[in-house]
Design a protein around this ligand. Structure first.
Ligand SMILES: Cc1cc2nc3c(=O)[nH]c(=O)nc-3n(C[C@H](O)[C@H](O)[C@H](O)COP(=O)(O)OP(=O)(O)OC[C@H]3O[C@@H](n4cnc5c(N)ncnc54)[C@H](O)[C@@H]3O)c2cc1C
Length: 456
């Protein structure tokens, strides 16, 4: 969009008030500042990179007065659902990555732009684990506001429900602290309701005492996918809550970014963590090991070892994907996965993943937030690279084919953190929770200033 002359001149005022950076289209630095991790061509009317809470408050006031909406991104891992940004001011929090850990109180306080890699290694040194996900480069804030499922999910639940306090700038421009005692409705809504209620400036959350977990990966040639995924699905019905695992079909590109031992391979792979001893871990994982994996990298590791276990790409790239929540995975569902995305299908999906949920991730809890629990036993996520329109169309069609094959095994629910295009947000919540979220939204942001990736 061509920025109007008046917007351009008022940007000068915003720039003078801000200690961070302010960019309009055409400004040097705009192109770098606007780029999200999931490389979509977003072109906001203004990009602000704040350094302080006051910078954020000025940016919010500026947007309101200029008739712009506000989106906030830490990394842009979930930028794709937003679409046209030409009437949106983007607050990019990459300059606010401070982290403080209170080891005795087992609590972390992070600024809005912190990534998991800013938290997990420090906490691990102190014998503590955070409920991070599979990628160290994902932002703590977006992940936590959307739910957050990682390697401890079945034992310790969703990260959103381990958040103890959230500070944010509201649509009115006030800096508010929401916790169980203050602004309890807002505190409830933020934990699972995403970026619909204000600009988060800081988050506090619980850490858990974990010296080491029995964790790792095993893989097989993907021609054995049906047998491996089938055995894994049976095994998940028996394992205790201390085990969280995921099974994937992977087609690893022949690119230097991939580890040498995986480059160019097509495999069926299981990643997991068990919160318990090595001896007990070896016993629990024996049914998988009996299948004779080509490589078995399980062992005891400190929490930081789980950080990169999934092998998620660090550098940003254009990605297309699909997701759905599933209630069960009988053998017919595994056959459906193989027929849609396995050997011989010519599938463009680099990854077709099934994550085991249930356990604490599936249980309601006193004091939980809007995403109290995930109502389903598994979540599917499938995606691939979309470097051009043809690749995007091929990945989209193959991901949809997989989603359709699995549709009989779910009820159409979504986990919004995994939804990388627009989905009906109400499909992520109970009817009551969605109604309450709408009510909190209308109180906190009656004019719809904030534009979350998934709007309530
Ligand atoms: C490679 C990869 C691996 C992943 N692994 C996992 C995983 O293991 N488990 C899991 O649960 N999810 C996972 N995800 C999904 C991830 O949790 C979502 O993409 C999440 O939205 C990322 O948060 P972000 O802040 O990094 O992204 P962003 O795109 O920067 O933010 C997403 C949304 O969060 C909101 N937001 C962010 N910062 C603020 C703020 N300061 N104030 C208000 N709102 C804000 C906004 O609405 C924004 O649109 C993964 C995604 C990718 C691409």
């Amino acid at each position: 969009m061509a920025v109007s002359t008046s917007l351009h001149s008022s940007l000068r005022t915003l720039r003078a008030l801000s200690s961070g950076c302010v960019y309009g289209p055409g400004d040097h630095g705009y192109d770098e500042a606007r780029m999200p991790w999931n490389v979509v061509d977003q072109r906001p009317a203004v990009v602000v990179k704040p350094e302080t809470e006051s910078d954020i408050a000025f940016a919010v006031a500026f947007a309101r007065e200029s008739g712009l909406r506000v989106n906030v991104q830490g990394t842009g891992h979930n930028a794709a659902p937003l679409g046209d940004m030409s009437a949106t001011l983007l607050i990019q929090t990459g300059r606010m990555r401070g982290v403080e850990i209170d080891a005795a109180g087992r609590r972390a306080r992070v600024q809005a732009g912190a990534w998991w890699e800013d938290v997990v290694p420090q906490a691990s040194e102190m014998g503590l684990a955070a409920l991070h996900g599979s990628s160290p480069n994902v932002g703590v804030t977006g992940y936590s506001l959307g739910g957050g499922i990682g390697y401890y999910a079945r034992k310790l639940g969703l990260q959103a429900n381990s958040v103890t306090a959230i500070e944010l700038v509201t649509a009115e421009g006030d800096l508010v602290r929401a916790d169980a005692q203050h602004e309890p409705d807002l505190f409830w809504a933020l934990r699972g309701g995403g970026g619909n209620f204000g600009v988060v400036t800081a988050l506090e959350f619980d850490l858990y005492p974990v010296e080491a977990a029995y964790a790792g990966m095993m893989f097989w040639p993907w021609e054995r996918g049906e047998e491996v995924l089938g055995r894994w699905a049976e095994w998940t019905r028996e394992v205790p809550d201390e085990v969280t695992s995921m099974a994937r079909l992977l087609q690893i590109p022949d690119m230097p970014e991939a580890p040498d031992f995986l480059r160019g391979k097509q495999i069926a792979i299981i990643n997991a963590a068990y919160l318990g001893s090595e001896e007990e871990g070896r016993r629990i994982f024996a049914p998988l090991r009996e299948l004779g994996p080509e490589m078995d990298l399980f062992g005891m590791m400190p929490p930081v070892g789980l950080s990169g276990l999934h092998g998620d790409p660090e550098d940003g790239m254009p990605v297309e994907s699909e997701t759905s929540i599933l209630d069960e995975l009988p053998h017919s569902a595994i056959q459906g996965v193989m027929e849609a995305a396995g050997p011989g299908t010519g599938s463009a999906l680099l990854m077709a993943e099934l994550r085991h949920l249930g356990g604490a991730a599936g249980r309601s809890g006193e004091g939980h937030g809007a995403l109290d629990r995930i109502d389903g036993e598994y979540v599917m996520f499938a995606g691939g690279l979309a470097l051009d329109d043809n690749m995007r169309a091929a990945v989209r069609s193959d991901a949809r084919r997989l989603k359709s094959a699995l549709a009989p095994y779910g009820r159409g629910g979504h986990y919004l953190n995994f939804a990388e295009h627009r989905v009906e947000a109400s499909s992520a919540y109970t009817t009551e929770a969605h109604a309450r979220l709408r009510q909190v939204r209308s109180q906190m942001d009656p004019e719809g200033l904030f534009r979350a990736n998934h709007e309530i």
